[in-house]
Unconditional design. Structure first.
Length: 216
């Protein structure tokens, strides 16, 4: 029986991945790591920024000390102009009677920004859990286990909603049910996205947030 629903943030609650990947691609290309927005989505979706930058550094590119800060500022500016909540998510969240939280590879500050812009923050705060709270980010299970522990639930009582293979893998490794979400802009543009999530271990995949109750 599901007692706690753990939502990823980017690409699940807010339709942010297309925006964020475009900003990240521009910033990485500017420091000598040429990459497109699509390649950023393919390589880095769902991953902790610390791990992303470690991957970049392994290619010999020098990452400036202030890269995360400049990226964050650029993200906030772009989100303020363009970000929207995922279609149907406000209705779905209002109808939920389960405990809920957010577990994201992004920082708490980023979650507060994106959820605030989209009108979702009051439905989740203060239950916002970030990869910075744990030793290892997704695809390792640490973040989901941390979120469940903080919310007072066993892993077997949790349902995770994820849009990335890293997130689906992390949830499975945590011993939790996981449903894939393929309704964000970046998922709709990619061929075979739902199948990719199923191969990673999602027990089902959906693309309409108003269908959440059907998995409970």
């Amino acid at each position: 029986m599901t007692k706690l629903i753990i939502f990823d943030c980017d690409g699940v609650l807010v339709d942010s991945e297309m925006i964020a990947s475009r900003v990240l691609a521009a910033k990485l290309s500017a420091i000598g790591y040429p990459v497109t927005a699509q390649q950023c989505r393919e390589r880095f979706t769902g991953k902790w920024m610390t791990d992303v930058l470690a991957t970049v550094a392994e290619t010999g590119v020098e990452v400036p000390d202030d890269f995360k800060e400049t990226l964050k500022a650029a993200d906030i500016e772009a989100f303020a102009r363009e970000l929207r909540p995922m279609p149907g998510v406000l209705q779905a969240i209002r109808e939920l009677r389960h405990d809920r939280c957010v577990a994201s590879s992004g920082s708490v500050e980023k979650m507060e920004t994106t959820l605030g812009i989209s009108g979702l923050l009051p439905f989740f705060k203060p239950h916002l859990f970030s990869a910075v709270h744990v030793k290892r980010g997704k695809p390792e299970p640490d973040l989901f286990l941390y979120a469940a522990q903080r919310m007072g639930h066993a892993p077997s009582d949790c349902l995770v909603i994820e849009d990335s293979t890293a997130g689906v893998t992390a949830a499975r490794r945590a011993g939790m049910r996981v449903i894939g979400f393929a309704g964000a802009s970046h998922a709709r543009e990619a061929a075979g996205y739902a199948d990719m999530l199923r191969r990673a271990g999602a027990e089902d995949v959906f693309d309409d947030m108003t269908r959440i109750s059907g998995f409970l």
